[in-house]
Design a protein around this ligand. Structure first.
Ligand code: AMP
Ligand code: GLY
Length: 417
């Protein structure tokens, strides 16, 4: 098969790497890719939100199968257009992607099917939002309704912080008029991934991610600074409970609405004293969570995606070895706020042949025969081993050998659990 992956992150690099291990993959393309992906796939720099250009690329290159990595093209209806053009693809339609692109939509599904999640109210104006703050108790969880690249949640310890967040939201982001104010959930976070063709589903495994920029979970949220898989907080019984009380009713409701969910559902959970509760859905694999799943599942991922897209769901087999994956994100100093790019990455060329460790690229590009930084998150060093501790050690050994000006990473990924 000639396969096309849409995206440019560590997630997409790890998917390309995993697919290349599968004999079904005869040729692999990526739009737009990055300096790491360019080494192993045919990359084309097109706008991933230009559906027409992507369809014409598929036709002129005789692409057999398309996988969409990030949320924005899914919310932009790329899958719908590929289906209209009879191009085999994997991912949810625009309507099904509302599970990520609209938090109020997801809450409406939870209300309808009694799915455990945080209590909430919806405010449609600044005045309404400020009114809710007067009525409720801190901490306040304030969320933008639409896509916000992991930066749409503001947690305020007191009233004055909450008022500031609301003022900022309505002044800076005047395209986001709807916000949600939620009950603060106490507990431990974990993520579960499932694959579904709309009515059947299968677990793809779990992961624990690190959202905050600084160690000990301090500082602002990022897209993710590291992860490991499987999560140690989801027992097999708890997974069954999550599938029964959260996943299954969601998929049923989507199917009954005539907008079945096909693709990967990422279930962001808070494990509370009252049991697991849904924090949010994403309609794709996470970045960097994908990297720790891909390093463990390898070639199996492509089979799962193909069988799901071809409606041969019963053929999907997910066999995990009894192992762990750890990924450490190396970022540009300053991320998730302002940062500089264009710095030469040193040490990367000497590290290509390490066993069970992969360096997946995100914000990198080629410049004058060197690889330079070009984004906030730059590399995700990903390792696997039969022991979590060993996987962690392997990943950090490589992290220490990679250097650029103002490089930053967390030193506590998968530490002291
Ligand atoms: P989300 O984008 O909805 O996943 O939220 C980003 C992060 O904010 C989550 O991973 C949690 O750490 C935190 N968060 C979101 N909603 C809540 C909540 N209701 N209670 C506590 N923390 C939350
Ligand atoms: N790492 C979180 C996400 O991909 O949404």
């Amino acid at each position: 098969m000639k396969i096309l992956i849409i995206g440019s992150g560590g997630r997409e690099h790890s998917l390309v790497w995993a697919f290349l291990q599968n004999p079904k993959c005869k040729e692999i393309h990526c739009i737009p890719g990055n300096a790491g992906i360019e080494k192993i796939a045919i990359c084309k720099d097109l706008n991933i939100l230009n559906n027409r250009e992507i369809v014409s690329y598929c036709k002129s290159n005789k692409i057999d199968f398309v996988i969409v990595g990030p949320e924005a093209p899914l919310a932009n209806g790329l899958i719908d257009i590929l289906i209209q053009n009879k191009i085999l693809c994997f991912g949810p339609t625009k309507e099904a992607a509302l599970l990520e692109s609209s938090k109020s939509f997801t809450k409406s599904i939870c209300d309808k099917r009694n799915i455990p999640t945080a209590n909430y109210v919806i405010a449609n104006s600044k005045k309404e939002a400020l009114g809710f703050i007067e009525k409720f108790k801190p901490p306040f969880v304030i969320k933008l309704d639409g896509l916000a690249a992991g930066k749409g949640v503001f947690i305020s310890k007191n009233k004055s912080e909450a008022i500031k967040s609301i003022n900022d939201i309505y002044e800076i982001r005047n395209n986001h008029n709807t916000i949600l104010i939620e009950e603060f959930l106490k507990g431990i976070e974990a993520s579960l991934f499932i694959i579904s063709n709309g009515n059947k589903y299968k677990s793809l495994g779990s992961a624990q991610d690190y959202k905050k920029i600084y160690k000990k979970d301090l500082g602002p949220n990022t897209g993710g600074m590291g992860a490991f898989s499987p999560s140690l907080n989801i027992s097999p019984e708890m997974e069954k409970d999550i599938l029964k009380r959260i996943v299954s009713p969601t998929l049923k409701e989507m199917d009954e609405r005539g907008t079945p969910f096909c693709g990967i559902l990422y279930i962001g959970l808070m494990i509370t004293d009252e049991g697991p509760k849904l924090i949010e859905y994403n309609v794709r694999l996470g970045d960097p969570e994908c990297q720790v799943i891909a390093i463990r599942l390898g070639a199996q991922l492509l089979d799962a995606f193909i069988y799901c897209a071809m409606n041969e769901f019963n053929k999907i087999k997910i066999n995990y070895a009894n192992d762990f994956g750890v990924t450490v994100v190396m970022a540009s100093g300053g991320y998730p706020n302002k940062y500089k790019t264009g710095f030469k990455i040193k040490g990367i060329k000497d590290l290509s042949d390490k066993k069970d460790v992969e360096i997946f690229h995100s914000g990198t590009k080629n410049s004058k025969n060197s690889i330079v930084t070009s984004g906030g998150r730059v590399l995700s060093v990903t390792a696997r081993s039969t022991k979590l501790k060993k996987a962690r050690k392997k990943a950090y050994e490589i992290v220490r050998k990679l250097k650029w000006k103002k490089e930053y990473h967390r030193s506590d990924i998968a530490k002291k659990l």
